[in-house]
Design a protein around this ligand. Structure first.
Ligand SMILES: [Zn+2]
Length: 251
């Protein structure tokens, strides 16, 4: 774990990157922002899973975003999670950066409603509330007062992701909701299986009764309406995608 402090100002904001070692974008964005002279907040930035980065893997022992609050004498990721939370003491606003193989729009993930205000400050069009059933209360989002995880497709540039993080910081500083319209979703289930559906796209509604055609020839019937999210991500074994409903009342 590497901890950096930069920027100046009364407001303290934390940025976490590379909880997953194969998502080096977080590390690269932190290194870029550390050299940005215009950060108007006191930033503490944490490059979390350096062991997994060195190994070139998502994690060494266990998923680094499913083992919070961690353990002082646990395995590699449990010790990392424990150390990350210790560093986040006194930081009420946490921005956590991830990347995904899924071909999907930039997305803000929260696991608790109290992070909704923070999510609205990110210049990102999709906000996803992950139910406890899915994240299990073991994600980083479950611990700080307010925490958002930003998810970007792996092809997004360091420049793009840095701008999103920077603008989020600026919006926090002046308590400004990001102006662009957002859509809100609740993830409340998983589509289990191993194949890849040929007729589904992230954030594109799948109607109840739709025949989901997998590339191995198998066909599944959708039991209800849902929006696929994280379709194409490789990090969730045995899961084709997450299933979400739209939360219209949050607009
Ligand atoms: Zn991740």
């Amino acid at each position: 774990m590497k901890v950096m402090k930069f920027g100046s100002g009364m407001r303290k904001i934390a940025i976490v990157g590379s909880l997953h070692g194969n998502e080096t974008i977080g590390k690269r964005v932190i290194e870029k922002l550390a050299h940005d002279p215009g950060m108007g907040a006191s930033i503490k930035a944490i490059v979390a899973n350096e062991d997994a980065i060195r190994a070139g893997t998502r994690f060494v022992d266990t998923d680094g975003n499913r083992c919070f609050p961690g353990k002082r004498n646990g395995n590699v990721e449990e010790r990392m999670a424990f150390g990350v939370l210790r560093e986040l003491g006194g930081y009420d606003d946490v921005i956590d950066i991830h990347s995904t193989y899924a071909d999907m729009d930039d997305t803000v993930i929260i696991t608790r409603r109290r992070s909704l205000g923070l999510a609205r400050m990110a210049p990102v069009g999709r906000v996803v509330l992950m139910s406890r059933k899915i994240a299990g209360g073991r994600a980083i989002n479950d611990f700080p007062k307010r925490c958002i995880s930003l998810e970007f497709n792996r092809n997004r540039s360091v420049g793009h992701v840095s701008e999103v993080v920077r603008e989020t910081v600026d919006n926090i500083l002046c308590s400004r909701r990001q102006a662009a319209r957002k859509r809100y979703y609740l993830v409340n289930g998983l589509l289990k299986g191993d194949g890849r559906p040929r007729n589904m796209r992230n954030y594109s509604l799948v109607k109840k009764g739709t025949a989901i055609k997998l590339d191995d020839g198998q066909v599944m019937k959708s039991g209800g309406d849902f929006y696929p999210i994280f379709l194409g991500e490789k990090g969730y074994g045995g899961t084709i995608c997450m299933k979400a409903v739209e939360l219209k009342m949050w607009k």
